[in-house]
Write a protein that binds this ligand. Structure first.
Ligand SMILES: *Cc1c(COP(=O)(O)O)cnc(C)c1O
Length: 338
């Protein structure tokens, strides 16, 4: 496996730290919980999309693009990191935002990631829930082409085989760190949404025959649909890397029990997890992805899914800027200090 065969621009601070969470581990009284700090990738407040963008933006440059188009939910961390990447590489950026939650308050519509999108100079347009966003991106790309521009479309979440290479790389980085630290990893847990993160990780973990199981905590689709999405993308990514068949279907495992009422809608277990991580470890999670992912991990620990003494790595995929789009969700909980 030789990732340097693919073109890549340097955007992220790598390697991200791999650390023990002593306070959270002892509070929960189960396995030793480690964290892989992909919230610290550095670009425009960081997050998991930056690793994908290193490969995606390189592809855009190879194709002579001068404007990047992408889409996401209003508080999309992917959109914000794409806006930052485009700014850094001197490209224009157009962001199409779908109001999946149908929230209309100012924090949600203008603060958090949206505020940062604007600071990075992206052009933003808004669409209502259930718009065909891929069609909307194609339409905008056609308009820009007709005006003589060279648009490059990055799919939602940067989740295609090129973007997923970033998480193949993360799997290799994690294994190197574990080997250097003498850490035997028993399980990796991550939030999973548009699937590129889990797909890239599973390719990297399987191609190296690491034997490490990976659990994705879903934030939108039901379990089987999420697993199918991840598996399909993992297969395509393995093909791009000329390692077809390296991932078997039974290595792709998702659990969508922590979605609650829907994508981007707060749940009590997410609020509890975000507050616990803030107060035990002073690490900021996010309300849409890493908070729900951590809620899944906490519940699995409480249910005895892991043995005491096992080492579990939680991949922190970032997103804390999104907290500022969700002030109301935390009002009651943070006022009582509970
Ligand atoms: C996008 C995102 C995820 C999910 O990653 P996918 O590759 O889309 O599955 C998880 N956490 C955060 C903070 C994200 O922004």
């Amino acid at each position: 496996m030789h990732l340097s065969r693919f073109s890549r621009v340097k955007l992220a601070h790598l390697p991200t730290p791999l650390e023990l969470l002593p306070n959270l581990s002892s509070k929960l009284g189960g396995p030793n919980i480690y964290i892989k700090r992909d919230d610290c990738t550095g670009l425009g407040t960081g997050g998991n999309k930056t690793r994908k963008l290193e490969f995606l933006i390189a592809d855009a440059i190879r194709k002579d693009a001068d404007v990047i188009i992408t889409q996401g939910a209003v508080q999309s961390n992917h959109a914000r990191q794409t806006a930052a990447a485009a700014a850094k590489m001197g490209m224009a950026c157009e962001i199409l935002l779908e109001n999946r939650t149908e929230y209309t308050d100012r924090d949600y519509l203008d603060s958090g990631n949206v505020f940062l999108d604007r600071l990075f100079g992206a052009r933003i347009s808004h669409f209502s829930k259930d718009t065909d966003m891929d069609a909307a991106m194609s339409k905008r790309a056609d308009e820009l082409s007709q005006a003589g521009r060279k648009p490059y479309i990055i799919p939602g979440g940067g989740s295609n085989p090129i973007g997923a290479l970033g998480y193949v790389n993360c799997a290799l980085e994690l294994l190197n760190q574990a080997n250097e630290q003498g850490l035997k990893i028993d399980h990796v847990v991550t939030a999973t949404g548009s699937a590129g993160t889990q797909a890239g990780l599973v390719v990297g973990l399987e191609a190296t025959n690491s034997g490490i199981p990976l659990l994705g905590i879903g934030v939108r689709a039901p379990k089987l649909k999420q697993e199918e999405n991840v598996y399909r993308l993992a297969c395509e990514t393995a093909e791009l890397m000329k390692m077809p068949g390296v991932v078997s279907r039974d290595r792709v495992i998702a659990n969508s029990d922590y979605v609650g009422d829907g994508y981007g809608l707060p749940t009590p277990s997410m609020i509890e997890a975000v507050l616990m991580m803030a107060r035990e470890e002073a690490i900021l999670m996010d309300p849409v992805y890493s908070g729900k992912g951590l809620a899944g991990l906490v519940d699995h620990v409480r249910n005895g899914f892991f043995d005491k003494g096992q080492n579990v790595v939680f991949l922190h995929t970032g997103g804390s800027a999104g907290l500022f789009g969700y002030l109301d969700a935390f009002d009651a909980a943070s006022a009582t200090g509970s």
